[in-house]
Design a protein around this ligand. Structure first.
Ligand code: ATR
Length: 508
């Protein structure tokens, strides 16, 4: 089977802007798609010269509003634009567009003839920006009327189940002379695992925040090729992933995929966005995903669905790693072990025996940390805004508990050998320009009422920003401080080991 090509969709306002974007990614792409509908009016009439400027096989596309594009001027004007772009074909094929995208209902014989005469392939496309498309095999067959046409079906999935159906239906497609894909963030697996869909190509685009095509759910070509090792994916590739919702930003694919690359493993790790864990689990089974990281809010549901769970998962009531083995699915928790490794590395302590420890917060992260502190033989007090949550967590381990406010300052002082902050307060609270951290306030510092003395060891599980207002305050009086980055890294390394059986050395 032919490998899917990497195509960059160019949606700039001018041809020069498009060339600049293409040049940025040139070494990662095989084709470019010129989205004429995104160009300014005065540039649209100049597109005939674009293939010569691009020096790469190029797709000519003028996408209408109804298909998710920017072209709103009606079919007569679109036909004229196509005609201008396809006219005066050169005998030197590199000076012509290599492909032209005509929608299923756009059949203008003079334009089709022009395309055929100059050796261009027609991408015969169907888009549904609102609903999933089913019965893919039949539709692909109906669309494809000649060997010069590449049928394309793109739709917006409502749930991950729609993406799963696409993968299942694509099994029946014979060759790689088609493009089938699910758009938007849910559809990302269909772009990365194009090989599985036997696609002719996959679309990518520049990762600029003001992109007009951000709704399509593209990733940029460099990330696709370098992070996801797109050109190495084949039928033997082991697929792993991360599931969560909304899972808008995750550093895990970069960590895991680097690990595979360094060890020369034929594996890939992809984001699997799903509103429910059940959908993600069903998708994993359907496409043969061998292991997944599980993040917010699915850690509790994942625990229930596993055939086997470690004790830590049962006690913490959360599972952040699932692995398929011969006798079923296994659930693990690497949050507590990742934290343990990070804390030991940072403090140099082998045990917490004799230490009085404050755990700030009583949510999911605090549960894993309380488990770790108990195993390390620490004595702790849990401070939380909602006292009931603090008391139920404390009870499991025989810890003390207290409310989270100025009334608890004395109690906090008693447990101040090591202060571990597990709430989301301080997250995304970035420092002003030129400063290392934002000033502490009641809103961004969960223990704003507590004056650090300097003897405290302070661990904040937040990693964005690197220095939270609370950590900044602690640093100011020379406390030893650590943010959540190492915990995040270590929990991922342990997942890597559970998935592959090999140790992680992607940082070497
Ligand atoms: P996670 O799984 O990330 O720990 P969680 O289970 O929702 O998320 O827990 C969030 C923790 O942060 C809880 O301890 C929560 O306190 P409550 O139990 O009182 O809700 C704490 N938290 C969140 N926002 C907070 C705020 N503005 N002030 C104080 N505590 C806060």
């Amino acid at each position: 089977m032919d490998r899917p090509k990497v195509c960059i969709t160019l949606a700039g306002k001018s041809l020069q802007e498009d060339i600049d974007i293409l040049n940025k990614y040139r070494k990662f792409v095989n084709l470019a798609e010129l989205r004429v509908d995104c160009l300014k009016d005065e540039e649209r009439t100049l597109v005939r010269k674009f293939p010569q400027m691009a020096k790469i096989p190029t797709i000519l596309t003028i996408r209408r509003n109804v298909d998710g594009g920017q072209f709103s001027e009606g079919e007569a004007n679109r036909t004229i634009l196509f005609a201008k772009a396809l006219a005066f074909g050169s005998d030197d094929k590199t000076k012509n567009f290599a492909y032209v995208d005509f929608e299923e209902d756009f059949r203008v014989s003079s334009l089709q003839d022009a395309a055929f005469v100059y050796g261009m392939k027609i991408i015969r496309s169907v888009h549904n920006m609102e609903n999933p498309i089913t019965n893919i095999k039949q539709k692909i067959e109906n669309l494809s009327t000649s060997e010069y046409e590449i049928p394309k079906i793109a739709f917006m999935p409502h749930t991950l189940a729609d993406v799963q159906r696409l993968f299942e239906e694509a099994q029946e497609l014979k060759d790689s002379n088609h493009i089938v894909l699910a758009m938007g963030p849910l559809g990302l697996p269909s772009r990365i695992l194009s090989y599985r869909l036997k696609n002719y190509l996959t679309f990518t685009s520049d990762s600029s925040p003001d992109s007009k095509i951000s709704n399509l759910g593209h990733i940029d070509p460099e990330t696709l090729v370098k992070t996801y090792r797109f050109n190495d994916i084949d039928e033997n590739t082991s697929v792993y992933g991360i599931t969560g919702w909304p899972l808008t930003a995750t550093g895990s694919p970069a960590i895991h995929n680097k690990g595979y690359e360094v060890k020369n493993m034929n594996s890939v790790y992809i984001p699997v966005r799903a509103e429910t864990f059940d959908e993600a689990f069903s998708f994993a089974k359907a496409i043969g995903i061998k292991g997944m990281s599980v993040t917010i809010p699915h850690k509790e549901s994942a625990r229930i669905k596993m055939d086997h769970t470690e004790n830590s998962v049962k006690t913490i009531e959360a599972c952040n790693t699932i692995v398929q083995k011969r006798d079923g699915w296994y659930g693990y928790n690497t949050d507590w072990s990742g934290f343990t490794r990070a804390l030991i590395g940072f403090t140099g302590l082998k045990t917490l025996s004799g230490k009085n420890i404050a755990i700030i917060g009583a949510g999911g992260a605090a549960k894993a940390i309380a488990y770790a502190v108990k195993l390390l033989k620490g004595k702790a007090c849990i401070f939380n805004r909602t006292l009931k949550r603090a008391s139920s967590l404390a009870k499991i381990y025989g810890f003390k508990y207290a409310s989270l406010g100025p009334e608890s300052v004395k109690e906090l002082r008693k447990y101040s050998d090591i202060i571990i902050q597990t709430t989301s307060k301080g997250m995304n609270c970035y420092p002003p320009k030129g400063k290392e951290f934002a000033p502490s306030t009641e809103d961004n510092d969960p223990i704003y009422f507590y004056p650090f003395k300097g003897h405290e060891i302070v661990f904040d599980i937040v990693y964005e920003p690197q220095t939270t207002p609370m950590l900044g305050r602690a640093k100011g009086v020379n406390c030893k401080t650590c943010n959540g980055q190492t915990m995040l890294d270590y929990q991922a390394y342990e997942q890597f080991e559970l998935f592959t059986g090999a140790s992680y050395n992607g940082t070497n």
